[in-house]
Write a protein that binds this ligand. Sequence first.
Ligand SMILES: Nc1ncnc2c1ncn2[C@@H]1O[C@H](COP(=O)(O)OP(=O)(O)O)[C@@H](O)[C@H]1O
Ligand SMILES: [Mg+2]
Length: 269
Amino acid sequence: MRKIIVLNQKGGVGKTTTVANLGAALAQMDRRVLLIDADPQANLSLHFGVEIPRGEPSLYTLLRQEDAPGDVILPTPVKDLSLVPAGIDLAGLGVELAGSEGRHLLMRRMLGRLPDAYDYIIVDSPPSLGVLTLNALCAMEEVFIPLQTEFFALQGLSKLLGTVKRVRRVNKKLRITGVIAGMHDARTCLAKEILEEIKNHFGPRVFKTVIRKNVRLAEAPGFGLPIMQYDPDCHGTEDYTALAREVVAMEAARRCGEPQGAAPRSMAG
Ligand SMILES: Nc1ncnc2c1ncn2[C@@H]1O[C@H](COP(=O)(O)OP(=O)(O)O)[C@@H](O)[C@H]1O
Ligand SMILES: [Mg+2]
């Protein structure tokens, strides 16, 4: 099983869009995929037309062991793609847990209670490095970082890398294995320059697939559908399908035990 967190503490960089559509593309490639919405804003849940009233089964009640996985995990319009939805009560979790021992390990413990029925678990994270993000970092093994090919792309990155480095002390399996350049507008020189900068910084860990700006990607959530079902012929479908192929291609290397994208130079050790 591959356990991936899509992480960037900045909002609006394409995390949720990536989790929804990469997940759906992987499911269409016969992988069994579970998406976890760890953002109290619940954009991923809304992307699949799911709205959870306070108190109803959700990631919050699953983390708190108030509900069993079977009561929380929902199907989506895509076969083999399931969702642990978020509800607004997730926003209070950090305060509720403040000072409690092991508060960063709730998601890791939760994984042990999930059915062993998935090839991929992909977590959508909130735009912060708070308790929910730390829970996901302690539970997952791979970090995918989406970056916009725009001026502030690399700003804030050292904080993100520092957090990953700190979590690696308790979760040795955690690696940054993929950087996704997205919302790319190839017509502008600046976007091309930023893309080069991202490649210089992260080297081979940058996926070859660059996600182009495509208004269809912004429209699809309004219909509760992933991009492949909303518009099978748009750039968004093409790009996320290509990205999923690259992600699947990493499986063979993982099985052979090849190094999994080690820590970046600045955070080696
Ligand atoms: N490649 C893209 N082209 C056009 N719009 C996009 C693209 N990726 C995401 N969006 C839109 O940009 C906004 C922010 O994306 P989102 O995935 O919600 O970011 P995050 O989860 O990081 O906050 C959303 O309205 C989304 O629909
Ligand atoms: Mg989001």
